[in-house]
Design a protein around this ligand. Structure first.
Ligand code: IPE
Ligand code: IPE
Ligand code: MG
Length: 249
């Protein structure tokens, strides 16, 4: 888990870790009288653009919600289209991402996805493991509640005693243990909810919601969110800037 700043500090201008709920693909396609999967295809292009833009701005970690534990409820042709899109996207973009120094982690329950998708994930992680410019975590068949439960199960399997299990130890067993907690959480598509994304890790993230539909997301929308973030004061439960000293004096 992230070592948190002392209370009362202004947010650093550039967040270390940005998390994004990439929402609005279906509506974007519908407006064009196209099937939903057309929106998802353009969503992959928006993701690749965004990875590049984040790396250019010095963001160290980008985590995106690509498929939730609940997205299995969608019509079977959309679900199979999304699974197929994973394979298409990997063959189209893996070389480019690898050249650009992107390290890729997949977070989520892999047991329920097909062998083909699982091996594509394995290929992506192996091919990019040595990269260091930016870490992209793709949440796929991921849910925040799934993550809490799988971390607790691992703790039990390790035989930890109740006294040994604290926030730090549980955080180490969670799927995002390779990254600090997100500083900035962005959701596109206009909905004002978390939808079971990083529940544990967003405890003190700054939330930014945008009406932009995900396939339209690009540098301008990223910069708008970064600007909003830079104006926030992060207090972590403390008191506003300057006053913490006044209190202890
Ligand atoms: C987000 O876009 C992508 C996934 C959930 C896979 P949606 O498909 O949810 O798009 P809308 O919200 O229906 O417009
Ligand atoms: C969240 O979007 C999941 C992803 C972006 C992958 P949804 O479209 O599934 O969320 P709800 O159903 O509007 O809450
Ligand atoms: Mg949606």
């Amino acid at each position: 888990m992230q070592k948190q700043q002392a209370p009362g500090h202004h947010a650093a201008r550039i967040p270390r870790h940005v998390a994004i709920v990439m929402d609005g693909n279906g509506r974007w396609a519908k407006r064009r009288f196209m099937p939903r999967i057309f929106g998802h295809k353009h969503g992959v292009d928006a993701l690749v653009r965004t990875v590049q833009a984040c790396a250019d701005r010095g963001i160290e970690y980008l985590t995106v919600f690509a498929f939730s534990s609940e997205n299995w409820r969608r019509p079977s042709d959309e679900v199979s289209g999304l699974m197929n899109l994973v394979l298409v996207a990997v063959s189209k973009y893996l070389g480019k991402l690898q050249k650009e120094g992107v390290r890729i982690h997949i977070v989520g329950d892999r047991a329920a996805v097909s062998e083909r998708v699982r091996s594509a994930w394995q290929q992506v992680e192996t091919a990019t493991a040595h990269n260091r410019r930016i870490t992209l975590s793709v949440a796929f068949n991921y849910g925040g509640r799934w993550d809490v439960v799988q971390a607790c199960r691992r703790a039990l399997a390790l035989g930890l005693s109740p006294e040994e299990l604290d926030e730090r130890r549980l955080g180490q067993l969670m799927a995002m243990s390779h990254a600090p907690d997100p500083d900035l959480f962005i959701r596109t598509g206009g909905e004002l909810r978390i939808s079971n994304f990083l529940l544990w890790q967003v405890a003190y993230s700054e939330l930014v919601f945008s009406n932009c539909l995900w396939p339209e997301f690009g540098e301008a929308e990223l910069d708008a969110a970064l600007q909003e973030y830079a104006g926030r004061e992060r207090r972590y439960g403390g008191v506003p800037d300057g006053q913490s000293q006044a209190l202890s004096a």
